[in-house]
Design a protein. Structure first.
Length: 233
């Protein structure tokens, strides 16, 4: 009986075998072919991972440029007076702190990115092809509380260069940061830079999961003596 079952099983396997059996037999006889098949299956996955690493490498490099630009612009603005003039003053008839801060930010972006971010560096009111924005704010600190926010009359928005974005830092958030700090009356400025990074590769298996463009954001805080509260006599 056992012999008949084995013969029947062999007959069955030979007559109605699994369609993958010839491939399995070939791979057993040719191990190099097996490696080739495995590599062919994994190659698209490896290429997708590699392209993602390249894209996000470009993204990280651009983000570091934005951070450097915000830092340089804030250093420049720390030695200027935000209390004179308003952002809407006509340029170049009435050049003020806000115009200079915007121009410095644009120039810093251009330098940090080796010219890849080429916003107009001579006319701060030109917002043509500006993918992002520059927002500048000044704060007068009385004890551990914000006394005034410059420019006056702009509320929580800050001085937006092109009106595309506004300040992310509210007065309440600044008060929270200052809470419990033992510092004298002081003043500081904040430069915030937004940049809409458009993917260089723009591959569909990346854009399906990550928005394009990606909004990069960086800010820097620097002390500014011009906005310190005036002592009461």
């Amino acid at each position: 009986m056992g012999t008949k079952r084995q013969e029947g099983g062999a007959l069955y396997n030979g007559a109605i075998g699994h369609p993958m059996n010839p491939i399995r037999a070939f791979l057993k006889r040719h191990p190099r072919g097996q490696s080739l098949v495995e590599f062919t299956i994994l190659l698209p996955v490896l290429l997708m991972m590699l392209s993602g690493l390249i894209e996000f490498g470009f993204l990280l490099n651009t983000y570091l440029d934005v951070i450097d630009a915000a830092r340089e612009a804030a250093r420049f603005a720390a030695n200027d007076d935000p209390t004179t003039g308003v952002p809407t003053d006509p340029y170049p008839l009435l050049v003020n702190f806000w115009h200079r801060a915007w121009l410095q930010s644009r120039g810093s972006l251009f330098t940090a990115s080796d010219g890849r971010i080429g916003w107009n560096t001579t006319l701060p009111t030109d917002c043509t092809a500006v993918e992002g924005d520059i927002v500048v704010s000044g704060f007068s600190i009385l004890g551990t509380t914000v006394d005034k926010r410059w420019p006056l009359g702009y509320g929580e928005n800050g001085a937006s260069n092109c009106g595309n974005y506004f300040s992310k830092l509210t007065t309440a958030q600044v008060n929270t940061l200052l809470s419990g700090a033992s510092i004298p009356n002081s003043g500081f400025i904040i430069v915030e830079i937004y940049y809409e990074y458009e993917m260089l590769l723009g591959l569909p298996w990346i854009t399906a999961f990550v928005p394009d463009p990606i909004v990069l954001y960086a800010y820097t805080i620097m002390p500014n003596t011009y906005v310190e509260p005036t002592p009461t006599p």
